[in-house]
Design a protein around this ligand. Structure first.
Ligand code: HEC
Ligand code: HEC
Length: 512
């Protein structure tokens, strides 16, 4: 019998004892007490749900746009436009396509300089076959539900972190402002998603390429707005430019391009498009709302484990709690460090995570806790895209075994993105040492600050990980896996305002 079996037995035993107590007063013969009600699996899950205060709906009380709104429609066209990249070869959607879970389907992104810029997912590559961005592309699904900040290291950060506000209330720190200070160039009440949209266009590897080398972020944004708006230094840069009517419709305005097509308005529209990508209708939500048949018995067992009800040690909900399955905390899990890195460590191939923002060594290897919603659509996982879903879960139980099974001797040949690379055995020489140093930090924190990491789960029953996988699988909205359902968020080729729309294809040339 495994440990959980013993727990079940014990709680059953205790309940029998409880139910039988309290009688026995007086001497006269009493009818025998009714048999104690059997505590079903659903009873246990529902009392856990009550104790956790879950409602199933992480959108409650939020002000969210619909994709049908004019601003979100304009944002859709901009999000898919290669005109926002220096060399007309990359769009936001190159790394965040709805049909790829709102990400890019790769471990690490290939931004500018792709061999075929319109190929997304496996098969997208640069001439050297390697990614040029050091962190895994986050999904843009449900970004309107974050209140603390954007990015793995929270570098676009709400100063007040008010619940339900998506950062609109108290100022936002960005890479353009000093630590703990608001970015004063943001329009009043900007949300986190619109604030974030100001940055990818300024990064050479992501979108900027060699364009305007040495220019600061504001100069880049201004110039891109002039290009889209066909005025100033950008006039004539897009031969067939039909953006002005799109902006006039979206903003219900007849202002001329140089007043209407500003980067602030571009960012606002990009934000509203992304904020309309809400996918929370999953089987677990239906279950929480009352349908006992919405998920299977294993997923229910997995839910109890996840929230620490059956084995308190396995409390994934400690960080991935609540209806959005994240408290947005900056915590350390020591997932492998794969790829070119973010310039940290002796060889520049490490990624110190949150420490990059705070310069505080105590924040080393901390990353923003991701949501568990829609993971079936957003593979691969973690800040470096190193793992499949079962391996990401396995990491919490048997980190070393999981690591060796994927990266024995430091080889990345088992990662689909690198499998065909002739040097995949030796591509990232820092992989083993860097990953070990990140995991060592987990062990340190277990002694010094256990709330910032996860406990040692090595002695949990082997059946735990599959149950957790069943549960996590019930957190995916089927729409995210259904191209027809996603169609409102993907522009038709006929909607192209200027000939630079990304009409993406997969590695085999099939439209996404
Ligand atoms: C080359 C690939 C690439 C391109 C192009 C790109 N992104 Fe990203 N995006 C990423 C990566 C990688 C991250 C995570 C980076 C990090 O945390 O350091 C990210 C993070 C984000 C996030 C944060 C999500 C979260 O959960 O915090 C948003 C929102 C986003 N991108 C929107 C955009 C928009 C809007 C554009 C276009 C203006 C864009 N991206 C262009 C790769 C890309
Ligand atoms: C101490 C906080 C904490 C605990 C406890 C925790 N996680 Fe995580 N989880 C994180 C952080 C932070 C990341 C991102 C780390 C990274 O990418 O380097 C993460 C990433 C993940 C991912 C990858 C998600 C993605 O989108 O890339 C999965 C899956 C996951 N956790 C599942 C679990 C499960 C299952 C448990 C319980 C066994 C658990 N987590 C416990 C903080 C935590």
């Amino acid at each position: 019998m495994n440990i959980r079996g013993i727990f079940v037995l014990m709680s059953g035993f205790l309940c029998v004892a409880c139910g039988g107590g309290g009688g026995g007063g007086g001497g006269s013969a009493q009818p025998p007490p009714p048999p104690p009600p059997t505590v079903t699996l659903d009873d246990r899950v529902r009392s856990m749900i009550a104790a956790q205060g879950l409602t199933g709906d992480p959108t409650a009380g939020r002000d969210l746009p619909s994709i049908d709104e004019p601003l979100a429609q304009l944002g859709k066209l901009l999000f898919f436009s290669k005109s926002l990249s220096g060399g007309f070869d990359t769009a936001c959607a190159s790394c965040h396509h709805p049909a790829l879970g709102g990400g890019d389907g790769l471990a690490l992104p290939v931004g500018t300089g792709a061999v075929d810029p319109d190929v997304l997912g496996p098969g997208r590559m640069r001439p050297d076959g390697l990614p040029n961005v050091g962190r895994h592309s986050q999904s843009i699904f449900n970004v309107a539900l974050y209140d603390d900040g954007m990015f793995w290291d929270l570098r676009v950060e709400s100063l007040g972190k008010e619940d339900g506000q998506n950062g609109t209330n108290s100022g936002i720190r960005t890479p353009d402002s000093l630590p703990d200070n608001p970015d004063l160039s943001l329009p009043a009440n900007t949300n986190l998603v619109a604030a974030q949209a100001r940055f990818p266009v300024t990064v050479p590897e992501e979108m900027l390429g060699n364009f305007l080398q040495g220019a600061d972020g504001d100069a880049v944004r201004q110039r891109l707005a002039e290009r889209i708006g066909d005025y100033g230094a950008g006039a004539g840069e897009i031969p067939n430019n039909n953006w002005l009517p799109e902006f006039q419709t979206a903003f219900a305005s007849s202002l001329p391009a140089d007043q209407l097509i500003t980067f602030d308005n571009i960012a606002l529209a990009l934000g509203e498009y992304q904020r309309s990508l809400i996918f929370v209708d999953n089987p677990w939500k239906a279950y929480v709302e009352g349908d006992n048949n919405a998920i299977g018995a294993q997923a229910k067992e997995g839910a109890l484990l996840f929230f620490g009800d059956t084995e308190p040690g396995v409390s994934c909900g400690q960080c991935h709690g609540g209806d959005f399955f994240t408290d947005e905390s900056m915590t350390v899990t020591g997932f492998p460090q794969l790829g070119p890195g973010k310039g940290d460590g002796a060889n520049g191939d490490h990624d110190f995570g949150r420490e990059q923002q705070t310069a505080d060594v105590n924040d080393r290897f901390a990353f923003r806790t991701p949501t568990m919603l829609n993971l079936a659509a957003t593979a691969p996982y973690s800040h470096s895209g190193a793992y499949s879903l079962i391996d990401a879960i396995g990491h919490y139980f048997i980190p070393d075994v999981t690591f060796d099974a994927n990266f024995s001797g430091g080889s990345v040949c088992s990662v689909a993105q690198f499998a065909d690379h002739p040097d995949c055995d030796t591509l990232y020489p820092g992989l083993v040492a860097n990953s070990e140093s990140a995991f060592d930090r987990v062990i340190e924190l277990r002694n010094s600050d256990p709330a910032k990491t996860f406990p040692d789960l090595a002695f949990s029953p082997p059946s735990d990980a599959p149950l957790l996988l069943e549960f996590v699988d019930a957190l995916t909205d089927p729409c995210t896996l259904d191209r027809a359902c996603l169609a409102p968020w993907i522009p038709d080729p006929s909607e192209d305002p200027d000939g630079n729309q990304l009409n993406a294809v997969d590695g085999d040339g099939n439209p996404l």
